[in-house]
Design a protein around this ligand. Structure first.
Ligand code: 6PG
Length: 484
């Protein structure tokens, strides 16, 4: 076929790629599809895409480039890392200035920044887009977070917003920002996903410690899913708790090995939080909790040696279930507040003009962390786009005010029972730290100055760094000041 019929191309026929192609085709666009193993193209056309004339196969990158309308637009949905660079190199042989390459994988934003700059120099418009929602999302409406070369946005906007999830008619897809902004926002989405999952896991652990059975737990999650906690992750937790193994007729969940895997996006979020000096403690704990869970054999050994408290659960169950709900809600507010703090810091480092209300809307539907709660976050940023922290938004100040008694009860009870709740606890510690006018960092500064002459500032004389000869026999020379 020599005719340029393709509105967009898609490379990578794994399940996400296949579903996104079907979704794009459903919205009236012609898609040229290609995969490194070309048999996959044939199989896809003969099966999932059978009878769909708007899905057209390409047998090579050259063939793909020849079938695309200009400026060419192509989405890469391949494994993050070197595969993306390899395909870009191949595309460059057949693409020309003005053409658009979109990476829809979970790429590290630093790679996206590098690729954006390299391709800009060649006149190619590069987009790194977060794509969230798993297989279902890709097929029926993902959350899309495109960033990179803004010149490309008018050429992809129609397609992206047509295929994205909708909430009250609004697409969960908007322009995010330049170079790596789209992938950065997707990375934070994934970090928050880790945090939400960890929080739900800790609540489940406490429910087990309370002696609830799985039907009771499922009913509680079903009930929570009707209110402010209404979200995809609560919904699937309810369904997982109810799920019985077909063969045995028994619940599947207790039979699954308690050792979590991870592909790295949560870790990247925690690393960038450390790099930028933003206290994103909850996501950090969520990543470490997965690491601790993976030490299964060591934990089994330790469980036989290390004593815990003898206490038994002795609270009123109905009251405590309400406390759990409050603890989950308040901790979730802290986690999102931390995630948005991280985005704000990265935005100032990279000059991204992030619209936080619009990011909340992008996450409101289609993605793994989709929830009713994100609607409130969107409103908070709409009311005050310069909001320093979500914790300061009147709606959330009030929400935490109501939730904090239950939240504190849950952390106290968990400590007494010896049930680990790192995410619920760190959220509370962050909250108490964030609202503290004074922290003990004065002592820390004094210690640093005592042993290393690192200097300190006196209250009321900020900006003037002084050193004290604490022992009388140290010198008066201070160490050079540096900050991490
Ligand atoms: C999404 C998800 C998805 C990610 C998994 C894997 O937004 O659809 O975030 O992009 O692949 O959640 O995460 P882990 O394997 O690291 O748990």
């Amino acid at each position: 076929m020599s005719e340029r019929v393709g509105d967009i191309g898609l490379i990578g026929l794994a399940v996400m790629g296949q579903n996104l192609i079907l979704n794009i085709a459903d919205h009236g666009f012609n898609v040229i599809v290609y995969n490194r193993t070309v048999e996959k193209v044939d199989n896809f056309l003969a099966n999932e895409a059978k009878g769909k004339e708007s899905i057209i196969g390409a047998r090579s990158i050259q063939d793909l480039a020849a079938k695309l309308k200009k400026p060419r637009r192509v989405i890469l949905l391949v494994k993050a890392g070197s595969a993306v660079d390899d395909f870009i190199q191949q595309l460059l042989l057949h693409f020309e200035a003005g053409d658009i390459i979109i990476d829809g994988g979970n790429s590290e934003y630093t790679d996206t920044r590098r690729r954006f700059a390299e391709l800009k120099a060649k006149g190619i418009r590069y987009i790194g887009s977060g794509v969230s929602g798993g297989e279902e999302g890709a097929r029926y409406g993902p959350s899309l977070m495109p960033g990179g070369d803004k010149e490309a946005w008018p050429f992809i906007k129609d397609i992206f917003q047509a295929v994205a999830a909708k909430v009250d008619g609004n697409p969960c897809c908007e322009w995010v920002g330049s170079d790596g902004a789209g992938h950065f926002v997707k990375m934070v989405h994934n970090g928050i996903e880790y945090g939400d999952m960890q929080l739900i896991g800790e609540i489940y652990h406490l429910m087990v410690a309370m002696g609830l059975n799985q039907d009771e737990m499922a009913d509680i999650f079903a009930d929570w899913n009707k209110g402010e906690l209404d979200s995809f992750l609560i919904e699937i937790t309810r369904d997982i708790l109810r799920y019985k193994d077909e063969k045995s007729g028994e619940f599947l969940l207790p039979k699954i090995k308690d050792s979590a895997g991870q592909k790295g996006t949560g870790k990247w979020t925690a690393i960038s939080a450390l790099n930028y000096g933003v206290p994103v403690t909850l996501i950090g704990e969520a990543v470490f909790s997965r690491c601790l869970s993976a030490l299964k054999n060591e934990r089994v050994e330790a469980s036989k040696i290390l004593p815990g408290p003898e206490n038994k659960f002795d609270r009123n169950k109905t009251d405590f279930i309400e406390d759990l709900k409050q603890a989950l809600y308040a901790s979730k507010i802290v986690s999102y507040a931390q995630g948005f703090m991280l985005m704000r810091e990265a935005a100032s480092q990279y000059n991204w003009d992030l619209d936080y209300g619009s990011i909340a809307l992008m996450w409101r539907g289609g993605c793994i962390i989709r929830s009713v709660f994100l609607g409130q976050i969107k409103l908070a940023f709409e009311q005050d786009p310069k909001l320093k922290s979500l914790l300061m938004a009147p709606f959330f100040v009030d929400a935490i005010k109501k939730a904090q008694k239950g939240w504190r009860n849950v952390v106290i009870t968990a400590v007494n029972l010896g049930v680990p709740t790192p995410a619920l606890s760190t959220a509370l510690a962050f909250y108490d730290g964030y609202r503290a006018e004074k922290l003990p960092a004065n002592l820390l500064q004094a210690q640093r100055d005592y042993f290393g002459a690192h200097t300190y500032e006196l209250l009321g004389e900020e900006g003037k760094f002084v050193h004290t000869n604490w022992t009388g026999h140290g010198g008066n020379v201070s160490a050079s000041t540096y900050t991490a």
